[in-house]
Design a protein around this ligand. Structure first.
Ligand code: NHR
Ligand code: GAR
Length: 221
């Protein structure tokens, strides 16, 4: 039997632990993806080394070298398109994207955002969850649309906030759960189980009324 692997480009800005989870899943043949390229907007990040170690072409396109967001995104779009991807995965990618860039990969760009969307779009999500004395926190994998962190949510990992959690411990726990969540959703996409119709998520032919929730070791009241 021949299987076609889903050509996947990963965009990063930092440590790349979510990228590593995808590299490991692909290496174990649990994910039907071919990681064809990694692009970072920041030079010198650990995620670039992870890609190189796994023999994945990796490049840096430093946004600080561009005059405008539009000019940067134009070059980024061309770089992504050069890999002819079936899927573009944002994994700790920290630059807001212009509509032109998002539009070029409509329906095939995913992001993992460290909050239980629609709660806390944008930045400093762990701090905001603590400040609000939330009992639970987590991450959401969503389709990227023009609206920042506003695309349809496919699945979420839910974790419990403990009384002694700090921004650091909470970010750590959240990330750990992401390493199960993101490969799972990427697998659904790569298998052709996922599609999007007018802002709704279709998984295995059924429209999702609410995001799939992956919970680890927690009892949700
Ligand atoms: N772009 C679009 N159009 N839509 C989305 O849903 C996007 C996106 C780009 C990135 C990731 C997102 C997150 O998961 C993401 C989703 C960066 C910022 C931000 O404010 C906000 C949300 C996300 C990523 N970035 C600052 C900026 O000026 C820079 C911050 C920095 O460099 O540290 O781009 O949270
Ligand atoms: C992850 O927790 C991800 O949810 C978050 O950054 C971390 C990246 O970690 N994303 C954002 O905050 C996007 N604005 P990683 O580089 O180790 O995968």
């Amino acid at each position: 039997m021949t299987t076609t692997l889903c050509r996947t480009v990963v965009l990063i800005s930092g440590s790349g632990t979510n990228l590593q989870a995808l590299i490991d899943g692909a290496a174990r043949q649990e994910l039907p993806i071919d990681l064809v390229g990694v692009i970072s907007n920041r030079p010198g990040v650990a995620g670039i080394e992870r890609a190189q170690k796994a023999d994945i072409p990796a490049e840096v396109i430093d946004h600080t070298q561009f005059e405008s967001r539009e000019a940067f995104d134009e070059v980024l779009r061309e770089a992504i398109q050069a890999y002819a991807p079936d899927l573009v995965v944002l994994a700790g990618y920290m630059r807001i994207m212009t509509p032109a860039l998002v539009g070029a990969f409509a329906g095939k760009m995913l992001n993992i955002h460290p909050s239980l969307l629609p709660k806390y779009p944008g930045l400093h999500t762990h701090r905001r969850a603590l400040e609000n004395q939330d009992t639970h926190h987590g991450s959401s994998v969503h389709l990227v649309t023009e609206e920042l962190d506003g695309g349809p949510v496919i699945a979420q990992s839910v974790i419990k906030i403990d009384a002694d959690d700090t921004e650091v411990t909470l970010a750590d726990k959240t990330k750990k759960a992401e390493h199960t969540l993101y490969p799972e959703v990427v697998k659904w996409f790569a298998n052709g189980q996922l599609s999007f119709v007018q802002g709704t998520v279709i998984l295995d032919g059924r429209s999702l009324a609410s995001p799939i929730q992956l919970t680890e070791d927690i009892d949700i009241a």
